[in-house]
Design a protein around this ligand. Structure first.
Ligand code: FES
Length: 147
């Protein structure tokens, strides 16, 4: 299994790692299958722009690299634009992931959605296009296997 140079670079030098005190929104998502967990913190201003974002990921190299890249991609964006940062977009920005590691990138997408959901709940607003995120991405695998 080979990681791209960009994945290795983001894994060894992750961007936006850490926490935000009193975040506008925080979301935590895990993958029960591998035990990895990611938490995302947002600082969102009155205009709905993501001024700062931090993450903590306990996970594999792909999970750390996708967390790093995903947070870079949403920083400075509006909430609606942040919703467009899918796991596919993150993988592409990292020059791809080995096929068995693609599921790891789902953690970042779901954790971003979870943090936005938290922000919406705290502020009593509805974010168009945002569905209630899962707390465990592995649930999704099980659901899709049934169909
Ligand atoms: Fe768990 Fe990658 S192996 S997120």
């Amino acid at each position: 299994m080979a990681y791209s140079d960009k994945v290795m670079e983001h894994f060894t030098n992750p961007r936006n790692m850490g926490e935000i005190d009193n975040p506008s929104g925080v979301g935590t998502v895990g993958n029960a299958q591998c035990g990895d967990i990611m938490r995302v913190y947002f600082d969102i201003d009155d205009e709905g722009i993501i001024r700062d974002v931090k993450f903590k990921t306990f996970g594999c190299a792909a999970a750390v690299a996708t967390s790093s890249m995903a947070t870079e991609l949403v920083k400075g964006k509006s909430i609606q634009d942040a919703l467009k940062v899918t796991n596919a977009a993150v993988c592409e920005a990292l020059d791809g992931l080995p096929p068995i590691k693609v599921h790891c990138s789902l953690l970042a997408e779901e954790a971003i959605h979870a943090a936005l959901w938290d922000y919406a709940e705290k502020n009593g607003i509805v974010i168009e296009g945002l569905e209630k995120p899962k707390t465990d991405i592995h649930e999704d695998d099980e659901d899709s296997e049934e169909y």
